[in-house]
Write a protein that binds this ligand. Structure first.
Ligand SMILES: [Zn+2]
Length: 863
């Protein structure tokens, strides 16, 4: 760790950004004692081909905390791979000593209900701005994780009056990485290949074990440990007023994006939000220009319409949410760009030229990690400066926006989530999710309902998540089509989760005595009645957990093939019938289900089900859908293994698997390991991975899959991967939208109505109508097969195209009308399930998880 001090000092100060202009000319003794990151780590941080990994970053932050009273390091929890997930609070010693007091002020401003003007004035006068800066959620966007150490060091060692003024007004919460596991993976991969032809190239696996780049798509569903921990720190402990999330983008456009954002902006966010953000973004751009940093753009690409991103969700919760996007190098390897390679092409910068929002284009040349860190550092200092100068505006701004949301609601108006409904566990999950977000969620005095008041600081946010979306038609020029969405267009949780929610004005006696939700507010699992057989309704997703747990402990389980009535209770097709056993009570309690003893045994046709050995195909091009599917199936305790290209080529798959799942990806990626060139376009440059990670399953793999099904296996395809059996297996199904152009059909992540056949094994437990999350052009047309194949349509779109859209945006809905969405086939001795939309999209679509779970269970039953 020890290095020649003088040499490193020279190196470090040569590369320090302009911010050091504030440093006092007289050396400060306290500053001298604290080592810079370069001194501490023994190499020049930010230099070409050098990276500090997350372990080193944590070590450095802890070192700073051991040396300076201006920084405290808090562990927010464990990451997915059990690394420490840290947040550093940086401010004056006095502010940090009074952390609890300032958290309390921030909490009161965030929820100003019942506070007098005078009290609010006092809170604004006494409060500090809580500024949260999060770095490196996307692991290859590594610059900010390195910059964070230098910024922290500068702030805790500075003695100049300006820095001290800033620290006195602001408590900075600095999170050096929002995905520590991925930071470590990327650093290790980079170090392994530095000096080879693969230097700076992509990894063959996801940089978040389960969700990869989608770690920044999890901010309303909160499925992953990192999003949960950060959400808890933000909305239950610190209540920041400003949140900046630092990213990197592609290499050939502007050097840095700062707000103002591009259109469209969210309907339910206050205009004050954008005004405050614009002041900060403009100060960032101004400081960068003063320090001779060309290529800064605003009003470009990044819209703020969708509440799923790190900086986007907070905007719905009255927090000034900002995003910066720096141009990327090849991780820590510099790149050189010719002026001819620079391009606009995005919303807000069609041509790469001087424009009002891009007044000083970068002219090409070398771009390196150090440049990224310098730009980010200046932008970071500018936000600290603006937060200081406008301390009262930001504190009052949060309070004002909260009041707007409160006054949008009505005192007696509530979102009502009935606790006793089709899937009571998903209903409870929705209520707890809103509470995790920091929203106020109550339980009615009679215990029958969750009640979510509309008049609360996050009232519009709750309305956004529980209501329906309609994408705004923003046009950039007269006669042009509306702008396309950046991500998905629908996040209506009741539809996604299959939960009934109503908005009602309640008579006072109904809401009177309601209490806050707590951890025990889950359906009480229990066993009712006696043997000889016990029934579990298939309608709750948790019945799948019961089934898998029962099969693991060698229970014998039957599935009812039809509906039946017993003791006055109706049971749907797909009801689980379990034998008496000592652990039924335990299963019922753990999974929140009611297990009912039936005497006598119901007279109903049944089929035995056995545990299914599931193989999930995992390609070498880091499929997020593979990761999400793996996460979900692990949560539901399936017996799951990944299959790689090699195993697929070897064949003999029936020996190890009963069901094989192909995640959502085009056939070419599965077979060849790379996407097919678009029609009419020359093949794009495709950067190869090291040889052990290239290629796909090949012709041998396709044959092995076909043999697997013919010999009795079950193939399950998710969305696009249905292309493989359709093209290779000669089945009586085609995708009528396979060749459609985006102008003819587009559903960019919308919720669409489907009808289901509840007697089909794939639809067991589902309602006759559900919401399908559709983001790809897939609509199946089946035809009459020969005698050796049976096909059935499990789910289909309505006949009238007007009935199709439930939430979001769609163009060309008529092309879906009366087409199939889910199809099953028999094939040889085996089966194929084509799930033609995203049934488990980002683990958010609880309402259609059953289609995947049932497809797997189907593999474990006789036909
Ligand atoms: Zn990013």
């Amino acid at each position: 760790m020890k290095s020649p001090y003088s040499v490193l000092t020279v190196l470090f100060f040569c590369t320090l950004p302009m911010v050091s202009a504030f440093a006092s000319p007289t050396a400060q003794p306290s500053a001298d004692k604290i080592q810079t990151p370069s001194q501490f780590l023994g190499f020049e941080v930010g230099a070409d081909r050098k990276l500090a990994d997350y372990h080193q970053i944590v070590a450095y932050f802890k070192y700073l905390a051991s040396k300076s009273p201006r920084i405290q390091v808090e562990n927010m929890g464990q990451t997915t791979l059990n690394n420490e997930f840290i947040l550093a609070a940086i401010s004056t010693k006095e502010n940090l000593q009074n952390e609890a007091k300032y958290q309390e002020i921030a909490r009161k401003l965030a929820d100003p209900r019942g506070r007098s003007e005078q009290e609010v004035d006092g809170l604004v006068r006494d409060g500090k701005v809580i500024l949260l800066v999060t770095c490196n959620i996307h692991s290859t966007e590594i610059g900010s994780s390195q910059m964070a150490m230098e910024w922290a060091q500068a702030l805790v060692t500075a003695e100049d009056p300006e820095t001290l003024r800033r620290l006195n007004n602001v408590i900075l919460l600095l999170v050096p990485s929002l995905n520590p596991d991925g930071q470590i993976m990327v650093t290790e991969w980079y170090r392994k290949y530095v000096g080879t032809k693969y230097e700076g190239g992509r990894m063959p696996w996801l940089y978040h074990t389960y969700v990869g780049h989608d770690d920044n798509r999890d901010w309303y569903m909160l499925t992953q440990k990192e999003t949960q921990a950060m959400t808890h720190a933000a909305y239950h402990e610190w209540f920041p007023q400003i949140w900046l999330d630092e990213h990197q983008m592609g290499s050939s456009g502007p050097r840095l994006f700062v707000p103002p954002y591009a259109d469209p902006i969210a309907n339910s966010v206050s205009p004050l939000m954008w005004r405050g953000i614009n002041v900060i973004g403009s100060t960032m751009a101004w400081r960068l220009e003063q320090q001779h940093k060309p290529g800064v753009v605003y009003g470009y690409v990044y819209d703020q319409y969708w509440p799923g991103a790190t900086e986007g969700t907070p905007q719905f919760k009255n927090i000034f949410g900002l995003l910066t996007e720096a141009a990327s190098a090849r991780i820590a390897t510099p790149i050189t760009l010719s002026p001819t390679e620079l391009s606009g092409g995005g919303k807000g910068l069609i041509d790469y030229m001087k424009t009002a929002n891009f007044p000083n284009p970068w002219n090409g040349g070398t771009w390196r990690l150090r440049d990224i860190m310098d730009y980010e550092r200046i932008a970071s200092d500018a936000i600290l400066e603006t937060a200081t100068d406008h301390r009262e505006d930001f504190l009052r701004g949060t309070q004002q926006m909260a009041m707007e949301q409160i006054s949008d609601g009505k005192p007696d108006e509530f979102w009502r989530i009935h606790r006793d409904q089709r899937d009571p566990v998903s209903a409870a999950k929705l209520a707890h999710l809103l509470e995790q977000h920091g929203a106020e969620v109550m339980v009615s005095a009679n215990g029958k309902d969750f009640l979510v008041p509309t008049a609360q600081p996050y009232g519009r946010f709750v309305g956004e998540l529980l209501g329906r979306q309609r994408y705004p038609k923003v046009r950039v020029a007269v006669g042009q089509p509306p702008l396309r969405p950046y991500d998905v267009t629908a996040w209506t949780l009741p539809l996604l989760m299959g939960v009934d929610v109503t908005k009602e004005v309640l008579p006072a006696e109904e809401s009177k005595g309601a209490r806050k939700i707590n951890d025990s507010d889950w359906p009480q699992g229990r066993v009712e009645g006696g043997s000889p057989v016990y029934a579990v309704s298939p309608q709750a997703n948790s019945s799948t957990r019961v089934l898998n747990a029962a099969l693991k402990t060698k229970h014998s389980v039957l599935i009812a093939k039809e509906g039946f009535t017993a003791n006055g209770v109706n049971y749907a097709p797909g009801t689980l019938l379990l034998q008496p056993s000592n652990d039924l009570q335990q299963l019922a309690a753990k999974y929140h289900v009611v297990v009912r003893g039936l005497d006598p045994k119901p007279n109903v046709a049944t089929t035995a089900v056995k545990e299914v050995r599931v193989g999930l195909y995992k390609p070498w091009n880091a499929s997020m859908d593979e990761g999400w599917t793996r996460w979900l199936l692990e949560q539901y305790e399936f017996n799951l293994k990944n299959i790689d290209n090699k195993a697929m080529k070897v064949g003999n798959l029936n020996a190890a698997y009963d069901a094989i799942i192909l995640p959502d990806m085009e056939k070419n990626v599965i077979v060849e390991g790379k996407p097919k060139p678009q029609d009419g376009n020359p093949a794009e440059y495709f950067e190869e991975l090291p040889p052990e990670y290239t290629g796909g399953i090949g012709k041998e793999g396709v044959k092995a899959l076909k043999d697997f099904v013919e010999a009795g296996g079950t193939l399950i395809t998710l969305a696009s991967s249905g292309e493989l059996p359709i093209e290779e297996f000669n089945v009586p199904v085609r995708n009528v939208l396979a060749k459609v152009r985006p102008e003819e059909f587009s559903s960019p992540g919308s919720l669409l109505r489907i009808n289901l056949d509840p007697h089909s094994p794939l639809a067991y437990g589902m309602p006759e109508e559900a919401a399908a999350f559709v983001n790809e052009p897939i609509a199946y047309q089946t035809s009459i097969p020969g005698a050796d194949i049976e096909r059935s349509v499990v789910a289909w779109y309505p006949t009238d195209s007007e009935d199709i859209l439930l939430s979001g945006w769609i163009n060309g809905a008529d092309r879906l009308a009366r087409r199939a969405a889910v199809v099953t086939l028999t094939y040889g001795k085996g089966k194929i399930a084509l799930l033609g939309f995203r049934v488990q999209n980002r683990a958010q679509t609880e309402g259609t998880f059953k289609l995947l779970f049932n497809a797997i269970e189907w593999a474990g039953t006789e036909q």
